[in-house]
Design a protein around this ligand. Sequence first.
Ligand code: PHE
Length: 339
Amino acid sequence: MLQIIDKLLEEARQFQAETKEEVEQFRIKYLGKKGALSELFRNFKEVPAEQKRETGQKINQLKQFVADRIDTLLANLSDDIGGDDTRDLTLPGPPVLSGARHPISIVRNEIISIFGRLGYTISEGPEIEDDWHVFSSLNFPPEHPARDMQDTFFIEKDPDILLRTHTSSVQVRVMENESLPLRTISPGRVFRNEAISARAHCIFHQVEGLYIDENVSFADLKQTLLYFAREMFGKRVEIRLRPSYFPFTEPSAEMDISCQICGGKGCNVCKYTGWLEILGCGMVDPNVLEFNHIDSEKYTGFAFGMGVERVAMLKYQVKDLRLYFENDIRFLEQFKAAY
Ligand code: PHE
């Protein structure tokens, strides 16, 4: 009898089913009224007394195994999209959400691509900087207000270690390490100790550019920026340069683009001026060249720097800068782009 049980157990183990009917046959064969287990129980009384215990246990094991096997087989079959499946296969599937790039990445990549077409390389540098690379080598006099605690996040004092307030620091590192002529842009995150509002944030992104060679003129700067503005905002964009001040450029200017909303007529976006400010620029101050061991008699250069959030706000008509940092998916998924 023990052998018969073992054989039945082995058969049950091997059994596979492709339909519910086959499972039902299997159930009848083992657990039906005239099935194998009934027969075993019927013959049980003939088992010699000393084997009863072991045989009884084995029969019960077999019964349990068969019951479990039926459950597993049925469960597997119901996963199958078989003929008697009741699900509606014409229903639409669960939505597959495709990701979108962050608008700041889209705009940054676009800026990089525009200057890439003009032969600019990309340079990157540390976000935690020293005073030399962020201020001193850029001709910031010691008492310059930009060194004020209000603007800069200091990490250590004397010697000062700080979070960079602009990516001009990267350009200093490029001047230190690379040979002339230089043509590079530095995209990156910058930090300023400012109250967060619709127009300002303590963390934002910049792309700054630097071009140094013999005979680089302000006209080259202007043409480069005009090219950039038209690639970025459209062929009809006009630019204007207003005199400004930066310690590291002389002369310095701020560039406006003609308002794309009203076409220069005046609206609430451009505050009825027809112009929108977009970046700072100028000819590299000879002091900065000399601090970086570049002969300012032989070489000249220009530099410019822009906030990526600002460009993105103008491009996408987003009025509140904070939206770029909140990562609300309903805001972010509106931006799909090739970049
Ligand atoms: N570094 C300046 C800023 O962060 C921008 C700038 C760069 C201005 C280069 C002029 C030339 O505001």
